[in-house]
Design a protein around this ligand. Sequence first.
Ligand code: NAP
Length: 244
Amino acid sequence: MSQSVVITGGSRGIGAATAILFARKGYQVVITYNESFESANLLTRSLSARGLSAVAMKANVANRSEMELVFKETAYRFGSVDVLINNAGISMIDTITRLDPIDADRIFDIDLKGVYYCCRAVTPYMVSQKSGRIINISSMWGQVGASCEVAYSAAKAGVIGLTKALAKELAPSGITVNAIAPGLIETGMNAELSVEDLNRFVEDIPLGRMGSPEEIAAAALFLSGEDAEYITGQVLGINGGYVV
Ligand code: NAP
């Protein structure tokens, strides 16, 4: 049977591009979503119409029991959980004093605790299989910090720490854990930025453009494949040279 992949936040942006690529490569794809019922279901229906395997499950990554059910259901349907891509995330831009602590908590709950809950929930399945790939989507801001994104940067830095620690813990079980740290990627997450701000940002990117969701998906596919068997605990920066 072909391998299964769970992609959190697969309804839009990087997660949706990743779902399309993995489905095209023959994976049994499970995407989760929180709010975007329509786009999640449109995506899985269009993949299924092409004879590819994709299902959508509503589950909030910040809710531990909802995520536990996702892995239980995936293992039941497909016999194993082979790849987990922790992609779901939110960002908010404001100064540390202006950002409401309730919003900062939401960022920590979704961007860091959500990754922790999913890793914790998938581990028993992967350990019993003695194989598995976990790919955590961090951010270049987790590597170098962004002004006016303190909570987001801290959460994404936490994801990097989690990745390194879990890579060591799970390596004896044949499981690899890596992170991808994207730079500025063309998705709805940056819709808040004005065209002027985006243009100024792009001027500082050595490769002179934003990245595409498909470029992040391609890296996730590589880290899930046989050629990446000896790679674990690493952070792959995909940022057009902005952070080197
Ligand atoms: P996006 O287009 O805004 O999509 C975010 C995805 O996360 C959506 O599918 C959304 O699903 C899901 N999501 C949000 N909260 C959730 C929750 N509580 N439970 C489950 N799913 C939830 O963002 P994106 O750019 O594709 O971002 C994907 C990942 O890449 C994020 O972790 C982000 O931090 C990271 N990243 C993005 C960039 C960038 O420039 N775009 C750069 C660095 C890192 P619903 O709509 O259903 O809620």
